[in-house]
Design a protein around this ligand. Structure first.
Ligand code: HEC
Length: 193
């Protein structure tokens, strides 16, 4: 009997400890979870995956390959030179994966948005992310972002929404995929000089 008593006492202590640790972390935990949930809703309704998740061919045409969710242009997908030349009337082309875009800007490849440390946004800060979307510059302060990344539309989001999107992107599976650097336009520079 005393053994049962001791066991009960031990259990009570364990429960108390567990409850204490849960309540001390749950404030922040719930907040982050809520933020990430809102981010998921935003990412899904704003179509980030249309360009950042590679498409594969399905019975009805291209469909997102969710095993590569938001991991950008697949590294191993080599493409011939841009088919776009001259002033139009067609000015842009897209790869079957919908992740490589050719136009007067050359060729752009959608970035890996997963939290992979080396090839994704793993070492980005929230501030990097907000500034990238607000300024339309690589990592917030580098080169100009290329089309068709719609940052001109997304820069109208509130800080809270951008934070939510970043929080969600932190929670998705990290995928190692080193997206190629963009290719500048071929041919002579624009006339005039
Ligand atoms: C219409 C296609 C398209 C859509 C939709 C799109 N992107 Fe992009 N995104 C791109 C392309 C292309 C690039 C690469 C641009 C470059 O290399 O300059 C890019 C690059 C990025 C980058 C990397 C910028 C950097 O500094 O390298 C981030 C972050 C990003 N997109 C986030 C998002 C988020 C978040 C969404 C949804 C809210 C989204 N994108 C929707 C096409 C798209």
């Amino acid at each position: 009997m005393p053994q049962v008593g001791r066991l009960a006492a031990l259990l009570a202590v364990c429960c108390a400890l567990l409850a204490a640790s849960l309540s001390s972390s749950s404030g922040k935990g719930t907040l982050n979870l809520k933020l990430a949930k809102r981010g998921e809703y935003l990412v899904n309704s704003m179509g980030c995956g249309d360009c950042h998740t590679p498409m594969k061919m399905g019975p009805k045409g291209p469909e997102p390959d969710m095993t590569r969710m938001l991991s950008g242009h697949p590294k191993e997908m080599m493409l011939p030179a841009s088919p776009i030349s001259g002033p139009g009337p067609w000015v842009a082309a897209v790869s079957a994966s919908f992740t490589a875009w050719a136009g007067p800007w050359g060729v752009s490849y959608t970035r890996n948005l997963t939290p992979d440390k080396e090839t994704g946004l793993g070492d980005w800060t929230e501030l990097n992310f907000i500034q990238t979307i607000r300024n339309g510059k690589h990592q917030g302060k580098g080169r100009d972002l290329l089309p068709p990344m719609p940052w001109q539309a997304f820069k109208n989001l509130t800080d809270d929404d951008l934070k939510a999107i970043f929080a969600y992107l932190r929670t998705i599976p990290p995928i190692k995929n080193a997206v190629p650097e963009p290719i500048p336009p071929a041919g002579p520079p624009p006339s005039g000089k």
